[in-house]
Ligand binder design. Structure first.
Ligand code: COA
Length: 217
């Protein structure tokens, strides 16, 4: 139960009509200059993030495919999404090609503000670390967690994180994520432990974190 002085946080699935607000969360949470060089805040950059959410919210895949679950917490005042998470439920034995960032994210060859080299430079070290830690074991992968600045520190991120943990526990699998400096304490408080990936990644900008399987019993 939520503490008496705090309203319960409701986690739900967004619809495609929420995509503009999901882009707004993305731009607000990931607006640092270094990130804007990867995900530019231009019309092309907006189209890429819109396309990404349209893909994440797309139809359920067939058996053996990665299933993506997009979740939000809405502002209690306006109903507009304030915080969002993107989880990928990766089945046991899923091929490296299906797990690759290029398979998870949409095509952008028609969007000239996006650079394949820059995006690959961003995703590729995380992909190597991810492969090193989890390989082809079935797991829940938290790819994105973001809360709009004005809604941070209200428990929304924690609620979305716990939903992913519950999902993994129901499936009896581990959870994996690449943590930013800002996000790491929150993940540690929710069962994630940093893993050493120095054998495969020289200069790490994010921390590779794994939450073990819940022991059934
Ligand atoms: C990381 C991030 C998603 C956290 O989202 P959030 O909604 O603020 O998360 P929470 O409110 O659940 O928890 C954040 C902190 O607020 C505290 N908190 C939670 N509810 C609170 C409340 N009602 N009152 C005061 N503090 C509260 C938590 O204890 C936590 O404390 P900590 O920072 O000392 O660990 C958010 O800071 C963000 O979007 N950052 C930018 C993007 C980013 O780096 N994302 C992570 C990528 S890996």
């Amino acid at each position: 139960m939520a503490p008496a002085d705090r309203p319960a946080v409701v986690v739900e699935r967004p619809t495609t009509s929420d995509v503009p607000e999901l882009v707004a969360i993305w731009w607000d949470a990931f607006g640092a200059e270094a990130l804007q060089r990867i995900f530019p805040q231009t019309p092309d950059g907006r189209r890429f993030i819109e396309r990404s959410f349209e893909k994440f919210l797309g139809p359920a895949p067939g058996p053996g495919e990665i299933r993506t679950e997009c979740l939000v917490v809405r502002s209690p005042d306006t109903g507009v999404p304030a915080s969002m998470a993107i989880y990928h439920i990766v089945p046991e034995g899923c091929s490296a090609a299906k797990r690759a960032w290029r398979a998870r994210w949409p095509a952008f060859d028609d969007l000239s503000d996006l650079s394949d080299a820059v995006l690959n430079g961003f995703f590729s070290p995380m992909e190597k670390a991810h492969e090193h830690v989890v390989g082809d074991r079935g797991h829940v992968f938290l790819e994105v967690l973001a809360t709009k600045k004005q809604f941070q520190k209200k428990g929304y991120g924690t609620a979305l994180l716990r939903r992913g943990n519950d999902l993994a526990d129901q499936l009896g699998v581990e959870c994996y994520l690449d943590a930013s400096v800002v996000g790491k304490p929150l993940y540690e408080a929710n069962g994630y432990v940093e893993r050493d990936v120095s054998a495969v990644v020289e200069k790490q900008v994010s921390a590779s974190m794994l939450r073990p399987k819940k022991i059934q019993g």
